[in-house]
Design a protein around this ligand. Structure first.
Ligand SMILES: O=C(O)c1cc(=O)[nH]c(=O)n1[C@@H]1O[C@H](COP(=O)(O)O)[C@@H](O)[C@H]1O
Length: 239
């Protein structure tokens, strides 16, 4: 899914260790979302085969946030792209893994799947980080500055897009224009609990700032009716 949606679209994060539950959610939200996200919890519990099963409902955003030496990440990308029929439409790696790692990931995806390769998305600063938590890791200057720094590096190294919080979307659009895919978690409809997310905004605000894809987990999967929750968020986005 390297092409950009015409208007901001929705991605449902299927965070559960239960593959049957995840498949049920995928089927229920499919009419309202562009992609569904398979993350570490589901992948580690259910194994790689879950990607193909979930992909029967919607294209899969495989969020394993690779961060290792270039050779190892290239191998991981080849592994998740090996089965063409079950290959993800998008995948994540950490921008902090550096330019050589990102270049190696892109090359591995191209070598394995050619034009059908997944979009490579670089995670910048996790949406759970405050400025204080980021400073504890040795990064001064705050999330916005670090997001811009990693974005510049990742896009120059061949990433198709970035994962950032709603609070950096406008700055990234100003700096890099409309081309990079901006995939944005930390989305909270008014009144829903932030949980462990620190840098958040509503779906309407995030779409208006120029996000391409909004990643929403618990506000959908924790709802009594996940399909209705996904439908309501999708309907709130400008068309
Ligand atoms: O890469 C991601 O998708 C991601 C990056 C990030 O900075 N923050 C973040 O929350 N995510 C993912 O987005 C989803 C957000 O879920 P909720 O907080 O439940 O809406 C989770 O599956 C996270 O793993």
């Amino acid at each position: 899914m390297r092409q950009k949606p015409n208007a901001a679209g929705l991605i449902a994060a299927l965070d559960t260790p239960d593959a049957a539950r995840a498949e049920g959610w995928a089927a229920a939200v499919a009419p309202h979302v562009g992609l569904v996200k398979v993350g570490l919890e589901l992948f580690c519990a259910a194994g790689p085969g879950v990607v193909g099963r979930i992909a029967r409902h919607r294209p899969v955003f495989l969020d394993l946030k690779f961060h290792d030496i270039p050779n190892t990440v290239a191998g991981a990308v080849r592994s998740v792209c090996a089965d063409r029929a079950a290959a993800p439409a998008m995948l994540t790696l950490h921008g902090g893994g550096g330019a050589a790692m990102i270049e190696a990931a892109r090359r591995a995806a191209e070598d394995t799947l050619g034009a059908a390769r997944p979009a490579i998305l670089a995670v910048t600063v996790l949406t759970s980080f405050t400025a204080a938590a980021l400073a504890e890791t040795g990064v001064a200057g705050g999330p916005a500055q670090q997001v811009l720094r990693l974005a510049r590096l990742a896009l120059a190294a061949g990433a198709d897009g970035l994962v950032c919080s709603p609070q950096e979307v406008s700055r990234l659009r100003d700096a890099f224009g409309g081309a990079p895919l901006l995939v944005v978690p930390g989305i909270r409809p008014a009144g829903s609990a932030a949980g462990d997310q620190a840098r958040i905004a509503t779906p309407e605000e995030t779409a208006a700032m120029g996000a391409d894809w909004l990643v929403v987990g618990r506000p959908i999967t924790g709802a009594d009716d996940p399909a209705a929750a996904a439908a309501a968020i999708a309907a709130s986005l400008p068309r």
